[in-house]
Ligand binder design. Structure first.
Ligand SMILES: [Zn+2]
Length: 120
């Protein structure tokens, strides 16, 4: 991987086996993924699989409003009614499973359900 400074990351992970050609292909795909807002975090991500390093794009206000109207203000998980401001956008198909940050893949969850789902 020319020009990439693995530095201390490499020291931490050198004992693990990586298929470098698969890894390079994945990195190339992440580089052009519009939902990855933090390109610098790609290397940390492929080593740790922690999505926080990529800062995956959040749903826009209009995408959230669209999903909210579609659900008639009902939380997709607990089926209780909420105000839009009491809810948060959630990826129906998770980003790591190929789900995009777009209106079709957005569902609104109440804050409690979203917190429980994402394990925050
Ligand atoms: Zn809920």
């Amino acid at each position: 991987m020319k020009g990439v400074h693995w530095g201390s990351l490499y020291d931490d992970f050198k004992n693990e086996l990586f298929d470098t050609s698969e890894l390079e292909k994945e990195i190339a795909e992440l580089m052009i993924d519009d939902d990855v807002t933090k390109r610098k975090g790609i290397y940390q991500y492929v080593l740790t699989r922690n999505e926080k390093y990529l800062n995956i794009r959040a749903f826009s206000e209009s995408q959230k409003r669209f999903a909210y109207e579609r659900q008639n203000g009902i939380c997709a998980n607990c089926n209780a009614p909420f105000e839009l401001k009491e809810m948060e956008g959630d990826h129906i198909t998770p980003w790591h499973a190929g789900g995009k940050t777009n209106a079709e893949n957005c569902q609104m969850l109440c804050k409690d359900c979203n917190r429980r789902k994402s394990g925050k």
